[in-house]
Design a protein around this ligand. Structure first.
Ligand SMILES: [Zn+2]
Ligand SMILES: [Zn+2]
Length: 198
């Protein structure tokens, strides 16, 4: 019998509906997790409002969710073990282009700013998630599930603060005050900013 799971399917503008759907099948290199926590991102709100993901060719039910963690149920052929807690990076980078090879997977040529889990394919607003093991990272016990669901926006803020070249006692202006801006302000303080304005 097909194993089923509950998901929050986007069924219309500003409309999510709980549906039972088959658990996605694993492909080579995939792992299956039971989702523990999933963030709601500003870009989810955009998709929720417009009723569409980013893949015009997607057919069938679509559910969002790209900031998530969970517990490995089936590690496939990966180095993970059942019971490991993992967080996923939603970026479906190719791993082969010049950008990926230079360690700049966020600028992957085939991603082009759009190829993300929960945008072009179904995400983790679901009980289970199946995806490439190479995008999963093992979580230390000290990081809670809800904290782990914030790793995706946190890495955006961390990257920005690092790129800013911030030095000890610098004064910092963060333009905006959303979740990522809040994180940037906090990280700037921790990096030694003497003053943070938003
Ligand atoms: Zn996001
Ligand atoms: Zn690439």
């Amino acid at each position: 019998m097909t194993e089923m799971m509950k998901t929050a399917v986007l069924v219309g503008p500003e409309k999510l509906e709980t549906k039972s759907v088959p658990v996605p099948e694993m492909k080579a290199g995939d792992i299956r997790i039971r989702v523990s926590a999933c963030g709601v991102c500003g870009s989810d709100i955009h998709m929720w409002k417009t009723e569409h993901g980013w893949n015009p060719k997607h057919t069938g039910d679509f559910w969002m969710g790209h900031e998530f963690c969970g517990v490995v149920e089936d590690p496939g052929t990966s180095h993970f073990k059942a019971g490991d807690r993992v967080v996923f990076w939603a970026n479906l980078y190719c791993g082969e282009c010049d950008m990926c090879r230079a360690g700049l997977e966020h600028l992957c040529r085939s991603v082009n700013g759009t190829n993300y889990i929960g945008f072009v394919c179904c995400g983790a607003y679901a009980e289970k998630f199946v995806g490439p093991a190479r995008l999963a990272y093992k979580l230390p016990d000290a990081v809670t599930d809800t904290d782990a669901a914030l790793i995706d926006p946190l890495m955006v803020a961390y990257h920005a603060v690092r790129k800013s070249g911030l030095k000890l006692h610098d004064k910092v202006l963060v333009v905006g005050s959303g979740i990522i801006a809040q994180m940037m302000g906090e990280l700037a303080k921790r990096a030694g900013a003497s003053y943070v304005a938003m």
